[in-house]
Design a protein around this ligand. Sequence first.
Ligand SMILES: *[C@@H]1O[C@H](CO)[C@@H](O)[C@H](O)[C@H]1NC(C)=O
Ligand SMILES: [Fe+2]
Length: 619
Amino acid sequence: MKLLVGTDGESKRTWLKGTFTNGVLISCPVSIGKLVLIELDKQCISVFPEDTWFPTKVEVKSPEGDTYNFPIYRWITDSEVQRFREGTALRVFEDNNYLGRYSRQKELQQREKDYRWDVYAKGIPHCMEATDPCSLPCEIRFSFTKNTEFLYTAATGLTELQLKGLADCKKNWTNIEDIDRVFCCKRTRISDYVHKHWKEDAFFGYQYLNGVNPMLIRRCSALPDNFPVADDMVFLHDQGSLRKEMERGKIFLCDYKLLDGVKANTINLKKQFLMAPLILLHETPDDKLMPIAIQLKQTPADDNPIFFPTDSEYDWLMAKIFVRSADFSAHQLNVHLLRTHLLAEVFAVSLLRNVPMVHPLYKLLIPHTRYTLQINYLARRLLISETGVFTQFAASGGEGIMTILKRSLSSMTYSSLCIPDDIVERGVEALPNFYYRDDGLKLWDIIHRFVEGVLSFYYKNDAEVEKDSELQKWISDIFEHGFLSQTGTGIPESFTTVVELVKFVTMVIFTCSGQHSAVNTGQYDYGGWMPNTPISLQLPPPTTKGKTSKATMLQTFPDVNTTVQGMATMWLLSKQSSDFVPLGQYPEGHFSEKIPCKLIKDFQGELEGLSADSRESSH
Ligand SMILES: *[C@@H]1O[C@H](CO)[C@@H](O)[C@H](O)[C@H]1NC(C)=O
Ligand SMILES: [Fe+2]
């Protein structure tokens, strides 16, 4: 049944007819003033099978000839009357109708019950409380949770990659050709390239720009005290001394200090090894980024040699392999899990708890939070839980996971989440061939223009931002539950200006879209060929030079079954879901007003331009 409420009265409760896939159009027979909300109740849905009833929107024609639009986009399953507001966005301080305000309060009370904060582990961002997938509120659940959960298990990946037969093989690799054969089951254009070039220094350097972890590299203007590379140790392709090149801004550093002292896993009853390397790189005159020195542990010592490209083939290659393996843990836990997934969850839970559907911020952000909560739920259950794939098979699995996540959060800054600031802070503005930066900055600008357009349409001055209590609660919960109230992060605790609000919301959309794809999509491309990204290593690195051989390398690689589990997981995690929605496409029309709708069109146009541009320049 439906009931319409207007500023001057209500309609009679009547049946709501029509198909809901494209919304329904109804007319309101009596004049009841400006329409405020529509009530839908259980009786009207009992004729539909419960799990298929997902009304999109209801359009109402009034006797005066006006059309009102009610966005619904929610599963309706409980027996309570549900109220939906007319589509025109309203902040709490302008929501003057008594019944409107009442339904606003009711909605938030219900949401606070449905979405509760939970502490998964001390020192990491809070998450949504959920005991099993069926306990998730239905509007955020996958339609077929069981299937999806199944899809997320490594067993499925092993089957898809035809590697099931190797799941019990705890042997060492004894030759590279066997790894080739396993790898051949599933190849991509990029993974083939990686397979061919993984040993090359230029490709090793390139991955810091456009591989899955473009977040670590920074310009080096002074060597860290614990990385004593002397001028005469490095060969700079005839470019003069290290000191001079440093002054010219051509030397870069990747420092994995985050991993220092992290307890390594035990796999197949064998102790594993995880390094915390320092890598120095040189930008050459022909625009390559070449590694020139690698130290695998943080504290300089005789048994912690600094490796150079001039060392023996296998000494240098092993040093790079230990770096790539360290990068796997740092990337997955800090760059991927924490900085995109876990933060996205905090943004989403805070939005759902504090901001009602009729609020412009809800309309703007809700499409970007799609599936965040259940994906993270599955990640906690199937990847990092006690029996999770990551826990069992990664060098940092187990205790290491939490150590790394906690350290990562305590050193996270707001500016590192905002790509224009991040690029400047890292001093990588001028590095050639840095497509993550080039595309990322363009994308940030496009999102920023869109967000600025939408939010400045609603917020005409800073005072309106300050007095919007729902908006303020959204950010203060993020500060508290996401960043654990650490003021040092630079994350705002409240918003005082429109400019500040626009920037933060831009960061949220960027993090949930472009940033996540940048660090997620290439996982199998770059990691499918195990030697390029070993998820764990089972011998210590060389402590003196000249003793390493191909045989040592093969013994150091993870066992056959650890390898294939890693491949299967990366394959699954980088697969695009079948109902993927590209950024800027909003199948749900939450906005009703002309200006935001027009801004969405412009946004889509700009995004199309951007992807056409990057297609053209991709090589
Ligand atoms: C590897 O296989 C052995 C059985 O041979 C099994 O006990 C072990 O758990 C497997 N390890 C991994 C990492 O899959
Ligand atoms: Fe992801």
